[in-house]
Design a protein around this ligand. Sequence first.
Ligand SMILES: [Zn+2]
Length: 359
Amino acid sequence: MDGDELLFLCTADRTVKRFTADDFVKRVVVLLDGRRTVDDIERMVCDGDSERRADLRDVLTVLSEERILSKVGDVAEEFGRLGGERAEFYDRQLRLLQDFCDEGLADCASGVQLQRRLDGSTAVVCGVGGLGGWVALSLANAGVGTIRICDFDRVEPSNLTRQALFTAGDTGRHKVDAAAARLRAVNPFITVEPVNRRIHGPGDLADLLDGADVLVNAADQPSANDVAGWVAEACWPDVPHIMGTGYAYHIGVIGTTILPGRSACWACVRAETFADHGRDRMESLVGKREKAGAVGALCGLVGNILAWEAVRVLTGLPPALTGRWTEIDFWPLELRSRPIPQRPDCPACGAGSLTGTPG
Ligand SMILES: [Zn+2]
């Protein structure tokens, strides 16, 4: 408050809103602390006076229309619709999901509804190593109802500096088994389905995709490009796929999100990026990446961007990585993106066609 003026700082768009306020308005505003209902406030400031009640409604209407007022008092009651234990577990996340709804960023009015979408979703994470481990961990934190993880490797001591799901005691265990135990411990409300398997082609992914709402690709064996092609083929045209492909030196490849029928497909990505390099150079990069150095903090950075994108896809919030290819340069900490247009003549995604294969 500044004299007769009320100042509201909106951190989302970094604007300040100013209102002239009399003593009644000031009294109301300090009571809007999120713990009182409208009825509580009415009892405190109106004293049964119908004119005052109309004034109160006017104040609340203006604040609401200016998107300054989101919830008064009934947040706990709204969250309670998830059930007591879940409401408590997801409390802080629900507050942010509710903010998205209040800001008009979601297609519904209730953060609880977004949480229920996560709860009813199935996500597949291919590879639970340096990237996929972080992806799976954050999806478990977020409450994705079913998380299907696929890997063929065993935990080694050299994994522990960057792979979020494992401890020294897990050395020698199948990664998917150790990962599943950790994810179940993180969130008791989810189901984790470990699949111990090496992927050799799109056919190895078919049963993993049964009922899946999104796949996050974080596998790089036998090579990141091979697995990405198989994933794209297996997911087409039903399952959104988020194509993370790893890191090398100080570049993290965040990749792209493919929503079949709505954004550029993997074939369009390949057509755009293959024009950059000769085939020989692509292969030599892949060869280097298998032994590339890595720091856990940077793996976590890329993995969590992929997980955040998956949360957006699953809740129906607009994805951020479609139609572009994105890398992060860890040194200046810059994201770089290039547009990946849908090619009109693409046999898979062009001209509304979903009959081809984006291999
Ligand atoms: Zn295409």
